[in-house]
Design a protein around this ligand. Structure first.
Ligand SMILES: *Cc1c(COP(=O)(O)O)cnc(C)c1O
Length: 390
């Protein structure tokens, strides 16, 4: 049978056709009125997409570049910071903060789980300069309670909260300004449906003030310099111009989803991810498989524990070779133990039902056990019907 290349990975995600066309035809120089107009429009739309009054920036880098900027711009060597970590992306915060000489305290949760808020509260002392966390931990499929964490952090006047929302934005409700998130970060290859290469984020006034006194080295990711350039509708260095054109088209699409209202379109995208995730969880459980993060599952992706007798590396290989579907294996020490199906961005009903139908075949063939064909698909259809969302 033919195989269409389909991404079910939590980044990169499927590309929006309108964005692909916009990228292919864009050739403007970045120091021109044409690009300045595009850039201005993109910044305004990103601001609406995030849902914030804070200044936003779009950097030419992968998401990790903005994560690095949130350490290098907001800390000085020797600063005490708190990292909440329950997976590979949480561990990235720890490694980054250590690379810039911070004294790193952590609250950890086992892979697949989320933090004890009591423990977060105990570790949060006024000496903590910054708290770093993920909204959704893409390596385990767990969702963290950013609202509750923000409430704890906001009780301290001088502690900044930095949220990696790279798979959270566009899949999860995050009220950045009301909750008091100082920096929130997104990436182009996730809910915004374009290729990797842009990172975006919103930065609070409190965080801008912090940058006046911090001393960690920075150059390419000097956010104050980018802010100055952005005030003139420019970037400090050469931006990925065609990705900006793609981003503008993607944000137009989100606005169309909201019938002219970008924030409403973003909420539609979030509801879509929630529905795809609910259908997928129902299908996976109907097949007798176990969710890797059952207590606090993210809408961004569903992580599934490999069944006994089957390695998730074999499961992912089978998906790819038999169906052209790229499902993500576990990362690092989780490799072989779990596989991940994403719901971030441009996925619909047929994608969701289709990947579950393929999963039935893959499980039957990799475990050698009897599978009742249609059971996962049926459970997903029932979830779709009972949730009543469209
Ligand atoms: C994808 C992702 C990142 C960023 O990774 P890059 O490869 O640098 O774009 C960071 N955090 C989370 C939670 C992610 O899913």
């Amino acid at each position: 049978m033919l195989k269409k290349n389909r991404l079910f990975t939590p980044g990169p995600t499927p590309l929006l056709p309108a964005a692909q066309i916009a990228m292919a035809s864009y050739g403007a120089h970045h120091r021109t009125a044409e690009f300045r107009a595009l850039f201005t429009r993109v910044l305004a739309d990103v601001k609406e997409f995030i849902g914030t009054q804070n200044d936003v920036l779009v950097l030419t880098s992968s998401g990790t570049g903005f994560m690095e900027a949130s350490v290098s711009n907001l800390t000085s060597p020797g600063d005490r910071v708190l990292v909440l970590t329950a997976g590979k992306f949480g561990e990235r915060w720890t490694a980054l903060a250590k690379a810039f000489g911070c004294v790193v305290e952590t609250v950890t949760a086992p892979y697949g789980e989320t933090f004890s808020l009591d423990e977060v509260g105990r570790k949060l002392t006024p000496e903590i300069r910054c708290v770093y966390v993920q909204a959704t931990e893409s390596s385990t499929g767990a969702r963290h309670d950013v609202e509750a964490i923000a409430k704890l952090v906001r009780a301290l006047p001088d502690t900044l909260l930095i949220v990696d929302g790279i798979t959270g934005l566009g899949t999860t409700h995050l009220d950045v300004d009301a909750w008091g998130i100082d920096v929130i970060i997104g990436g182009s290859q996730k809910a915004l449906m374009i290729p990797p290469g842009l990172a975006y984020g919103a930065i609070s006034e409190r965080a801008w003030q912090r940058m006046e006194t911090t001393k960690s080295p920075r150059f390419y990711f000097d956010l104050r310099k980018e802010r100055k350039s952005a005030a003139k509708a420019e970037t400090a260095y050469t931006p990925a111009t065609s990705l900006f054109a793609g981003l503008a088209a993607a944000l137009d699409y989100v606005r169309q989803l909201g019938e002219g209202n970008l924030a409403a379109g973003r909420d539609t995208l979030i509801a879509n991810a929630e529905l795809c995730a609910a259908m997928t969880r129902a299908g996976v459980e109907a097949l007798g498989l176990k969710l890797f993060a059952p207590k606090s599952p993210a809408a961004a992706l569903t992580a599934v524990t490999a069944p006994t007798g089957a390695d998730s590396t074999t499961i992912c290989k089978r998906f790819r070779e038999q169906f052209g579907a790229v499902v993500a294996n576990g990362q690092a020490e989780m490799k072989g133990q779990l596989f991940r199906i994403a719901h971030i961005g441009y996925y619909d009903y047929l994608d969701t039902v289709g990947v579950l139908a393929a999963l039935e075949q893959v499980i039957a063939e990799t475990t050698g056990q009897a599978v009742e064909f249609g059971c996962a698909v049926r459970a997903a259809q029932e979830a779709y019907k009972s949730l009543g969302l469209r």
